[in-house]
Design a protein around this ligand. Structure first.
Ligand code: NAI
Length: 334
C-alpha cells in the first residue's frame, strides 16, 4: 500500500520531532521543507495529496490554483487562525482543516507572562544584575490587584486568561462581536463596547481573530480613547494593530508599554535567525529598541502540550479526510 504523501512547509526541528513521534500511529509519508508555501516553493507540492502549513505560509488564490493543478486536495493548517488562506477561492477546489484549540492555556499563560514581564521589568533587571548593577531605579511597576483588564474577543484563550487575571484580583471588561453573556455573567465579566473598554482598561489584551473588521482595530483613534499609560498586549495577530500608530502612542507616552508576540510584517522575520544582519524594517527596529516594549517571535503557543495537540489533531484531520469522514475541524467560506 502506498502511503499518502504530505508536503510539510515551514518545518523546524521541533515540528519534525513532534510530528515524527505521533506519525508512528498514522503512517503518513511526510516530506519536511524549511521553505514556506508560496508560488516560489509550489514545485514541492507536486505528487503530494496534502499540504501542511503554519501561520506565515501564503495560501493565496494563485497558490490555491497551483496546488489543485499539482494534485493537492487538502490544506491542513497546524494552527488555529486561518487568515492566511483565501477561503472564498478555496471553496469547491480544496478542503481546509485547522487545529482550533491546541492549548488555550499556552497562549493565555503567555499573555500573562508578557504583562508581568513588562510591568515588573524582569528583562531589564536581569540584564542589569548580570552586569553587576543592583539599582532599582527605572524598575517601578504597579500592583495588578485592583486594576482593570480589557479583553477583546472573549473566546477560548480569553476565557482561560480571565480566570488567571481574576486570580490577581483584577476587574475584567470584555468586548466580543458575538458575546457569550451567560459565561460573562457566571464569571463576573462585564461585557462593554470598545470605546468603554478602551477608556477604562489599564491593560488591554487582544484575543479576536484577524478579519476585515478587526484589521488595524488598534489605531490612532482607538489609542486616543485609552487611559494614559495603558499596557497593550497582542498575542492575536500582528495586523490587529496599526504599528505606526502604536509607535506614535508609545512615543507620546499615551501607551505605557506593549507586549507583542505578533507583528504586522512578521512573515519576513519570525522563526528565522537574522542576528547577522540589519533589521531591515524601521518599525520593527524601533520597537526592538524601546525599553517598554517586548517583541517575541509568535511563540505564545509554544509548549510541549500544544505541540502534541497540534501534531495529533493535524494528523487525525488528514486521516479523517482520507477515510471520507466528516471533517470536524474544517474551515470554509460562508
Ligand atoms: P476563538 O475562536 O475561541 O475566540 C475568538 C473570539 O473572538 C470569539 O469569541 C469571537 O466571537 C470573537 N470575535 C470574532 N470577531 C470579532 C470581532 N470583530 N471583534 C471582537 N471579537 C470578535 O479563538 P481563540 O482560540 O481564543 O484564539 C484567538 C486568536 O488568537 C486566534 O484567532 C489567533 O489569531 C490567535 N492565536 C495566537 C497564537 C499565538 O501563538 N500567538 C496561538 C493561537 C491563536
Amino acid at each position: 500500500m502506498t502511503m499518502t504523501k504530505i508536503a510539510f512547509f515551514d518545518a523546524h526541528s521541533y515540528d519534525r520531532d513532534s510530528f515524527e513521534m505521533w506519525n508512528k500511529d498514522f503512517g503518513f509519508d511526510i516530506h519536511y521543507y524549511k521553505e514556506r508555501l508560496s508560488m516560489n516553493s509550489i514545485e514541492l507540492t507536486k505528487g503530494k495529496e496534502i499540504v501542511c502549513v503554519f501561520v506565515n505560509d501564503e495560501i493565496s488564490a494563485q497558490v490555491i490554483d497551483a496546488l489543485v493543478k499539482n494534485g493537492v486536495k487538502l490544506v491542513a493548517l497546524r494552527c488555529a487562525g486561518f487568515n492566511n488562506v483565501d477561503l472564498p477561492e478555496a471553496k469547491g477546489k480544496l478542503r481546509v482543516v485547522r487545529v482550533p484549540a491546541y492549548s488555550p492555556h499556552a497562549v493565555a499563560e503567555y499573555a500573562v507572562t508578557l504583562m508581568l514581564s513588562l510591568n515588573r521589568k524582569v528583562y531589564r533587571s536581569t540584564q542589569r544584575t548580570r552586569e553587576g548593577n543592583f539599582r532599582l531605579s527605572g524598575l517601578l511597576g504597579f500592583d495588578m490587584y485592583g486594576k482593570t483588564a480589557g479583553i477583546v474577543g472573549m473566546g477560548r484563550i480569553a476565557k482561560v486568561l480571565v480566570n488567571i487575571l481574576k486570580g490577581f484580583g483584577m476587574n475584567i471588561l470584555a468586548y466580543d462581536k458575538f458575546p457569550d453573556m451567560k459565561w460573562a455573567k457566571e464569571n463576573g465579566v462585564k461585557m462593554v463596547d470598545l470605546p468603554e473598554l478602551y477608556a477604562n482598561s489599564d491593560v488591554i489584551s487582544l484575543h479576536c481573530p484577524l478579519t476585515h473588521e478587526t484589521l488595524h482595530m488598534i489605531d490612532k483613534d482607538a489609542i486616543d480613547m485609552m487611559k494614559p499609560g495603558v499596557m497593550i498586549i497582542n498575542t492575536g495577530r500582528g495586523k490587529l494593530i496599526r504599528t505606526e500608530d502604536l509607535i506614535q502612542g508609545l512615543r507620546s507616552h499615551k501607551v505605557g508599554s506593549a507586549g507583542l508576540d505578533v507583528y504586522e510584517e512578521e512573515a519576513k522575520f519570525f522563526y528565522e535567525d537574522h542576528s547577522d544582519r540589519m533589521i531591515n524594517d524601521d518599525h520593527l527596529a524601533l520597537l526592538l529598541m524601546m525599553p517598554n516594549v517586548i517583541v517575541t517571535s509568535h511563540q505564545a503557543f509554544f509548549t510541549r502540550e500544544a505541540l502534541q495537540n497540534i501534531a495529533t489533531t493535524t494528523l487525525q484531520n488528514c486521516k479523517d479526510f482520507l477515510d471520507g469522514k466528516e471533517l470536524v475541524n474544517e474551515v470554509m467560506a460562508k
